[in-house]
Design a protein around this ligand. Structure first.
Ligand SMILES: [Zn+2]
Length: 104
C-alpha cells in the first residue's frame, strides 16, 4: 500500500527540513495543446511529498482553467493524474511502486 510506505517515509523527514518549507507556497499549472490552462492538481504522491516537506499551500489550475488553492495539510491525497489512472487501467498487474515512480 502506498500510504503505508509514504507515512513511513514521512516520519524520516527531519523537523529541520520540514521547517525549511513550512511557509512555502507552490504554484503549478499545466497547459493543453491550445495553450489553455488545464488540470494540474497534484497527485497523491506529490501531495504526500509536499506534506512531508511541510509546504503550506498549493495553487493549481483545475479542469476549467481556474486557479484553486488548498492548504497542503488538509489535502485529500487520493488523486491520481489521468495518465496514472490510464496506466493502472492498462497495466493492472504493475506494482504500485512502478506507478509511483512515474510522477505526472
Ligand atoms: Zn504527482
Amino acid at each position: 500500500m502506498p500510504y503505508k510506505n509514504q507515512s513511513k517515509r514521512n516520519r524520516k523527514v527531519s523537523k529541520r527540513r520540514r521547517n525549511k518549507y513550512n511557509s512555502l507556497d507552490l504554484y503549478v499549472v499545466r497547459l493543453d495543446l491550445q495553450d489553455s490552462m488545464t488540470c494540474a492538481k497534484p497527485c497523491m504522491y506529490c501531495s504526500n511529498t509536499m506534506k512531508s516537506l511541510g509546504v503550506k499551500r498549493v495553487f493549481y489550475s483545475d479542469w476549467g482553467g481556474e486557479i484553486r488553492m488548498e492548504y497542503v495539510s488538509e489535502m485529500k491525497t487520493g488523486h491520481l493524474s489521468v495518465f496514472q489512472e490510464d496506466l493502472i487501467k492498462k497495466y493492472p498487474y504493475l506494482p504500485v511502486n512502478a506507478i509511483k515512480t512515474i510522477r505526472v
